[in-house]
Design a protein. Structure first.
Length: 265
């Protein structure tokens, strides 16, 4: 599948998205919460659990992902935009960031919590993430077998390769606490590339991405298919890192359709 588009980074970060309908804490830390958006259409709603990127660093939060979540809300999908502790926050990095995402997931899929939004159908749970959030989403799918579908938008899916490329000034080493030689167990635990993932996987990446190179997803998909996993690579020629999460971009309708299909199971 091939599409085209072009949008700058500033287009997605400049504007503040509409406020969420509900903010749910899943822990005591100020970064442990989920922003929930609910459609105006007739329930029950399919849902997407979304994890933002920013190379796991504290200076990037979930705000920019609110645009994507709001667009999905308008398309009839409930969204849960997950915030988590990041590198620079107390407890952030590995494993704290992933433990937060996992705790949020378990809270959201716990039937006891459905009094908050009983109109949401979480029977077919789909997770998605952008950039570093793509790594967290697929890592979640590896560790939580109830995840039915996982979507990576320009995800950092192979942490060893990302470390070799020194992406974003060695962000992987900062996140995992060292090199593959120093903390090999962290790379094994955290990298989707070396984990077994039973969920269906949709891997979306632009060929002109200068933040997370396209080769990360291309190599990942080839490796996973050889291992017998359910992986589809969706290649976006002439597309960079940010337009795939910008509802104002030309490419957005294609991204929306993939996410809608994931949400509907």
């Amino acid at each position: 599948m091939f599409y085209t588009s072009a949008v700058s980074r500033d287009d997605i970060f400049a504007a503040t998205p509409p406020s969420a309908d509900l903010r749910l804490p899943y822990g005591a830390d100020s970064n442990q919460f989920v922003d929930v958006r609910l459609p105006q259409s007739k329930p029950p709603y399919p849902a997407i659990l979304f994890i933002h990127g920013g190379y796991w660093r504290a200076r990037y939060d979930l705000t920019y992902a609110g645009h994507l979540c709001e667009a999905l809300k308008k398309a009839g999908v409930a969204t849960c935009n997950i915030e988590y502790r990041r590198v620079g926050n107390p407890g952030g990095g590995w494993p704290g960031s992933f433990e937060d995402v996992r705790s949020a997931y378990r809270m959201l899929t716990d039937p006891a919590q459905h009094s908050h939004f009983p109109q949401v159908n979480l029977k077919h749970t789909a997770v998605a993430g952008h950039s570093a959030g793509g790594q967290l989403a697929l890592c979640l799918a590896a560790h939580e077998k109830t995840v039915m579908c996982a979507v990576s938008l320009a995800g950092v899916l192979d942490l060893r390769r990302a470390w070799e490329l020194h992406l974003s000034s060695d962000a992987v080493a900062d996140f995992l606490g060292g090199s593959p030689t120093e903390v090999p167990e962290h790379y094994r635990e955290a990298s989707p590339a070396v984990q077994s993932i039973p969920a269906r996987q949709k891997i979306i990446h632009g060929t002109e991405d200068d933040t997370v190179p396209y080769e990360i997803s291309q190599r990942y998909a080839e490796r996973k298919k050889k291992n017998g996993e359910q992986v589809e690579l969706i290649t976006l020629p002439k597309t960079g890192h940010y337009e795939i999460v910008d509802p104002g971009s030309e490419i957005w309708p294609k991204i929306r359709d993939v996410l809608l299909a994931a949400a509907h199971g």
